[in-house]
Design a binder for this molecule. Structure first.
Ligand code: ATP
Ligand code: MG
Length: 429
């Protein structure tokens, strides 16, 4: 026998029971997005590598060490599996001129790929729900995005997800802060780790985003970007905060919140839980007014956020939320050629009436088929043997209702009988 093949490390199969959970999650997410006027967009999973270099920034964890990049062996084009969705979404919006008529509220869901060390809440293939509002400049849309988050946590029955907020100001303000930050880190050069030393002159703000516990104290005492913000940036930040206060959404200002990507300005935010261990950020976002122009579009302001689906699902489970595995209404059991033909007709007829049916496939004794019917969780078995088939009839056997009797019915009457009994059992509950 040949060796069995395994999935790529850090990339997970999502098996049926788990996938059903995901579908319920996605349904909630879709109706939540619709209620805020967001529309779906679907981009390719593979994009030209330069897109991410330009959008995310050369000196970032993602571009420096996390991208799955390769050269297309047929035409030599450098390609990358998307590590995030914003770059591709903005590329698509520019390419198809979507901002010509009106601002856009867009969302997407799907796989992202980052070559990280796999651990709880951190995978090499993971999923995000990404939400982008393009063409809006005011603090209102930033605040609305945060309100959206709060509503989704409530819709999902999640508590204790805390909001952290910061403002990164504008590029000129960051430049002044940057000079002071470099001076501060240079003064403390002996305390810097290797990553920090490398980034000191390329992207010192990123040093504040470090995950190294040994550097936390040094970073906590570093000059704060927020102290360098001008009047306009502060007014924007206050605008966001006013709406949050009106809506009664608590938040903490975290001056060290800088985000792992270069394209952000003004508002940045993260939703964080302490219940998932080290990987506690379930949603992160902010404003990126420069990105559309940076990718060659006509300048347009923008704001967005992304949620980590694996982390949210883990949190829902941690909170005790477990959607029941959906069961069919009916399992059809049949034996013999005539019975099998009638079984197909009956199953399709039931589905015409909106009844969920699993038709037994693969033969076997009545006894083994009945075991499968029971195991499926179906409310009824429809049983057809030679005898029934010859008469154009079926046995309708209730599997869950106590004391309920098996009935022999004309095949064309079985849908009605099932619907009557399903409605009847609903009314008793
Ligand atoms: P982290 O600091 O945890 O590495 P990040 O800043 O790299 O996060 P973003 O690029 O902002 O993450 O992505 C948004 C969200 O996507 C994160 O808050 C997280 O919930 C999720 N996420 C990011 N990377 C991974 C991963 N490798 N595995 C699972 N979820 C992830
Ligand atoms: Mg990361």
């Amino acid at each position: 026998m040949s060796e069995t093949l395994q999935a790529v490390r850090g990339m997970n199969d999502i098996l049926p029971a788990e996938a059903e959970f995901w579908e319920l999650f996605e349904e909630t997410v879709r109706s939540w997005l619709k209620s805020y006027g967001y529309r779906p967009i679907r981009m390719p999973i593979v994009e030209p590598t330069p897109l991410f270099k330009r959008a995310i920034g050369e000196v970032t964890d993602i571009v420096e060490k996390e991208m799955y990049s390769f050269v297309d062996s047929l035409n030599g084009e450098p390609l990358t599996l998307r590590p995030e969705g914003t770059a591709g979404c903005v590329r698509a919006v520019i390419q198809h001129n979507l901002l010509a008529q009106a601002p856009q509220r867009l969302y997407y869901m799907g796989q992202m790929f980052r070559h990280e060390r796999p651990q709880k809440g951190r995978y090499r293939q993971f999923h995000q729900v990404g939400v982008e509002a393009l063409g809006f400049s005011g603090p209102d849309v930033d605040a609305e995005m945060i309100l959206m988050g709060a509503r989704l946590w409530a819709d999902l029955g999640l508590e204790g997800i805390e909001l952290q907020l910061n403002s990164l100001g504008q590029p000129e303000e960051r430049a002044k802060h940057r000079a002071e930050l470099i001076a501060y880190f240079e003064k403390n050069a002996e305390l810097l780790d290797e990553d920090a030393r490398r980034r000191l002159h390329t992207n010192p703000l990123r040093i504040l985003d470090t995950k190294n516990p040994a550097m936390q104290e040094l970073c906590a005492a570093a000059p704060r970007l927020i102290d360098f913000l001008g009047e306009e940036s502060l007014a924007h930040f206050e605008g966001v905060q006013r709406i949050l206060k009106d809506a009664g959404i608590p938040y903490t200002i975290n001056p060290r919140l800088v985000r792992g990507l270069d394209y952000y300005n003004l508002t940045v935010f993260e939703w964080v839980t302490t219940r998932l261990g080290a990987q506690g950020t379930v949603c992160a976002g902010g404003r990126f007014d420069g990105l559309v122009a940076q990718l060659g579009g006509k300048p347009a302001p923008a704001c967005g956020f992304a949620m980590g689906v694996e982390r949210l699902i883990a949190l829902i489970k941690e909170s005790g939320g477990e959607p029941a595995a959906p069961a069919p209404d009916v399992y059809v059991v049949h034996q013999g050629e005539a019975a099998s033909r009638l079984a197909f007709r009956v199953a399709e007829g039931l589905r015409d009436n909106g009844i969920d049916v699993v038709l037994h496939c693969g033969g076997g004794s009545f006894k083994s088929q009945m075991k499968k019917a029971d195991g499926s969780g179906a409310a009824f078995a429809v049983v057809i043997g030679d005898d029934e088939a010859a008469a154009g009839e079926v046995q309708l056997k209730p599997l869950r209702a106590e004391g309920a009797q098996q009935q022999r019915l004309k095949a064309e009457n079985v849908a009605e009988a099932i619907i009557d009994q399903l409605i009847g059992s609903d009314e008793e509950e």
